[in-house]
Design a protein around this ligand. Sequence first.
Ligand SMILES: [Zn+2]
Length: 122
Amino acid sequence: MSQLVRISAVIDEKDQQIEKLRTELSRLRNWDAFVSEVEIKEIDNGKFAYALREPANEVESKLLYCATCFAEERKSILQMDESWADIYICFACKTELKTPSTHAKPTAQIRVRRTRWMDDYR
Ligand SMILES: [Zn+2]
């Protein structure tokens, strides 16, 4: 192998390393930006999740991020269980957070269920 070919191979390897580091740097910058936008919140006695400090709209004000995934630098939104309105689930790590139903935000879904129930008895 000529010296030129060897130098070229070394340069290619370094280029690949630089690209990997750029990708990792971008990921870390995005994560740091997210970390600065959220704060830990106690959603029930001893049960924590992250929420946006300054939500831009009503939907964002309802977002809760899984604390378990957060510790692993993963952004995962907790979802309200469809059958149990007082349980939040993280589909990434399967964490379940049961909250008192008074904490469950009234949703359109709950109102629809009540309407259907009332329709059955008309
Ligand atoms: Zn999770």
